[in-house]
Design a protein around this ligand. Structure first.
Ligand code: NAG
Ligand code: NAG
Ligand code: NAG
Ligand code: NAG
Ligand code: NAG
Length: 415
């Protein structure tokens, strides 16, 4: 694939933003112009390029008369929101950086302006976990039935298949609208997005890091869906993106009979192992022998020194500390060991789609393992790099990705 930066991680993140261009989330050339001023490995230059693009796009959105041109205003607000999120992406190394909150609130504000301008506006609602220990922000996007019979009572909603969308390690529920939601609505599938502890808005507003028992997030969401007349209760599926490829199968295994289909894009079996595999032997030895202080000192030093880690490793550690809500790398790596589907994946009692991208640099080999552990319920789908679907989560090929995943879902639930 042609590279947009000599830094492979920046290339990946730029492709990821362009991935949403068919679904109202970006414009390709806006991202390419931003990319031109980004220096490989320089997080501040990445931030500056997208801060400037977000600012211009936001100003353009505000300049549109939204009463007269609601679609144009919505498109510009959605894109501004994407670019504000991109401006935030590499900032999590310094928790005192005020831009972590300021850019996020701009992202949410512009996103909400776009939601209000949808033909059938997306609706936000905050749910509460069963034990009351955290709140779950959600958005419900109600689909229009594709073959509505005009004789039918217009006040009685037609129950439709519904897709729950769960992002991963670093992405938001808003991103999920562009990645899969818009494509699902085009097919007459309702969309319900949510975030749990560790994910961007919950981390910021409730100061909570990731939890491995993700059924605590999904169960209240399913209970809530059960009260919605526009949801066909026997046609509820759940899709997990990236690290969501662990979170969602975990929840499905612990909530038997509650959903009709599970999609892991891509599959992730043992997150802790993938973190350990990223360390050199000497660092790993410190961890294994429980040398917390030496381990923390070594990694904290490596992260601070520009150039001593790859962009991807540095970001993964900074983002891991922030999203697991700890300043100690030792704590982060210790907690990561609990995110393991060994002995759990086989409990899933419904069909599971497991995607596997051949050039995935984050979790190589893990998707196949998950499919094998799921067993007979698994549909293992290995993407092909020649189709442009080779990158982690097939970034950059969202139209083809949605064809594969949503056709599978429709076939499973008989939609
Ligand atoms: C863009 O940046 C300029 C200069 O900082 C600021 O005055 C303006 O309000 C910003 N526009 C938006 C839409 O935030
Ligand atoms: C925006 O468009 C509406 C509908 O065409 C019109 O009534 C209104 O005057 C316009 N507002 C401005 C500020 O031009
Ligand atoms: C972190 O950000 C704060 C606020 O901008 C700043 O004062 C501080 O110097 C930064 N720390 C580091 C290590 O860059
Ligand atoms: C995941 O669980 C399996 C089975 O208990 C174990 O062999 C493996 O080491 C675990 N992975 C991690 C990273 O602890
Ligand atoms: C790291 O350890 C593994 C397994 O113990 C060994 O196969 C490998 O050669 C070591 N790598 C280096 C760079 O020492």
């Amino acid at each position: 694939m042609h590279q947009l930066s000599t830094d492979p991680d920046f290339h990946y993140e730029l492709v990821r933003i362009m991935d949403y261009s068919p679904y109202e989330g970006s414009d390709i050339s806006e991202v390419l112009v931003a990319a031109q001023s980004i220096l490989p490995g320089d997080y501040e230059s990445f931030h500056a390029a997208f801060a400037s693009l977000a600012n211009r796009t936001h100003a353009r959105a505000l300049a549109v008369n939204a009463t007269r041109h609601p679609v144009s205003a919505r498109n510009a607000f959605f894109k501004a929101a994407s670019y504000y999120r991109s401006a935030d992406f590499f900032l999590h190394g310094n928790w005192s950086d005020p831009r972590i909150d300021s850019f996020w609130s701009q992202a949410l504000r512009t996103y909400d302006a776009a939601l209000d301008l949808m033909t059938s506006p997306g609706r936000r609602e905050v749910l509460t976990s069963k034990d009351g220990s955290f709140r779950i922000p959600t958005v419900f996007y109600q689909a229009q039935p594709s073959n509505q019979n005009p004789q039918e009572d217009a006040h009685k909603p037609t129950p439709l298949p519904t897709l729950l969308l769960c992002n991963g390690y670093d992405g938001s529920q808003e991103e999920m609208y562009h990645a899969f939601g818009h494509a699902a609505l085009q097919r007459g599938i309702n969309v319900f997005t949510f975030e749990g502890p560790g994910q961007p808005t919950v981390r910021r507003e409730q100061n909570l890091g990731f939890i491995p028992d993700w059924e605590r997030v999904v169960e209240p969401v399913l209970d809530h869906l059960a009260s919605l007349p526009s949801v066909a209760q026997d046609k509820v599926g759940i899709l997990g993106y990236s690290f969501g490829g662990y979170l969602v199968p975990r929840a499905a295994a612990k909530l038997p009979g509650r959903m009709a289909a599970v999609m892991a894009v891509d599959g992730l079996m043992d997150f802790g192992r993938s973190i350990l595999e990223g360390f050199p032997n000497e660092t790993l030895a410190l961890f294994r022998s429980g040398k917390r202080e030496e381990f923390d000192a070594q990694l904290t030093r490596a992260v601070a020194e520009q150039g001593s880690l790859s962009t991807s490793a540095r970001w993964a550690l900074q983002q891991g500390l922030w999203s697991f809500n700890t300043l100690s790398p030792f704590d982060f790596v210790t907690r990561a060991q609990a995110y393991n589907l060994t002995g759990v994946a086989g409990e899933i009692d419904v069909p599971v789609f497991v995607g596997d991208a051949p050039d995935d640099t984050f979790f190589p080999g893990q998707a196949r393992e998950l499919a094998e552990a799921v067993g007979g319920e698994a549909t293992y789908h290995r993407y092909d790099a020649v189709d442009g679907t080779g990158l982690h989560c097939s970034a950059g090929a969202s139209v083809l990705q949605n064809q594969v995943v949503l056709d599978w879902f429709e076939d499973v639930v008989g939609a």
